[in-house]
Design a protein. Structure first.
Length: 265
């Protein structure tokens, strides 16, 4: 099944996502120019430190783009409800369509999403059954990239040898301190915000509860048997291979196809 691009028309979401892309570009372009390349050229760090930085940055960007343009689990207009599953479906009173339980109607996107977790303005998309795994990867790689950027910035000032060959005519060299302060401010803000979000996401998956269910306190009504964490994570990521949980360059196949029209993202 081919990839389908899901594009949400929402100027507020575009602004939020534009801000995230700006932070990514600011860090991914300037940190190597100011810190990594000069220290590598003077023999203070190895090439693997640069490769690691770009590796994490690429994984982070791929997870961001894919989480943003993936179909989160939109329901078709005329779903064929399998026999024996009718009691697991309900009518949405907003779009007047049948949907499986645990779906939610997103007022920003204007449609129902299977196992919707929340609508995230930072990716300008819903987080639902089919792209929740990409959203988790985005949180993980943002944490990693931010921590790594802050760590190498700290080493630049307090641990590594001072740079000798500096061209003071360059804009970046003359304004290095201001740029590094802006990068540190953005890094600490991102780290603080994403840490809390990532923690609640992980708890939500371990307890098999979406953010919407948690907020509306409806978990008692769902009365699901408690599953082991390996199973809940495997269902979200669509594979039992734990190494694949960290790879955004793949297609997700639902482990248990609950409805015959489940999308592959
Ligand atoms: Zn609906
Ligand atoms: Zn939405």
């Amino acid at each position: 099944m081919g990839l389908r691009i899901h594009f949400v028309v929402d100027p507020h979401g575009w602004c939020c996502m534009g801000l995230i892309v700006f932070v990514w570009l600011f860090n991914s372009i300037l940190i190597p120019q100011i810190v990594l390349y000069p220290h590598y050229e003077e023999g203070h760090i190895s090439a693997s430190a640069i490769l690691l930085f770009y590796g994490i940055a690429v994984f982070c960007l791929v997870a961001l783009v894919r989480a943003s343009i993936s179909d989160p689990g939109r329901l078709p207009e005329n779903p064929k409800i399998p026999h024996g599953e009718r009691e697991l479906w309900e009518l949405c009173n907003k779009c007047n369509l049948m949907r499986p339980k645990r779906s939610h109607h997103c007022s920003r996107c204007g449609h129902c999403v299977r196992r919707m977790d929340h609508h995230c303005p930072w990716i300008n998309n819903c987080v639902g059954e089919d792209n929740h795994w990409l959203f988790l990867q985005l949180c993980f790689y943002t944490e990693l990239l931010t921590s790594y950027s802050l760590m190498i910035s700290f080493c630049h000032y307090y641990y590594l040898l001072p740079l000798k060959r500096r061209n003071w005519d360059l804009f970046l060299v003359r304004h290095e301190l201001a740029i590094m302060r802006i990068a540190a401010f953005m890094g600490l803000t991102m780290l603080g915000g994403i840490s809390g979000l990532f923690y609640t996401q992980l708890i939500g998956i371990i307890t098999d509860t979406t953010s919407i269910e948690k907020m509306s306190n409806c978990c008692e009504e769902i009365s699901r048997p408690r599953k082991p964490w390996q199973q809940t994570f495997s269902e979200v990521f669509g594979t039992r291979w734990k190494i694949l949980w960290f790879i955004p360059f793949r297609q997700r196949q639902p482990l248990r196809v609950p409805y015959h029209f489940a999308n592959h993202v």
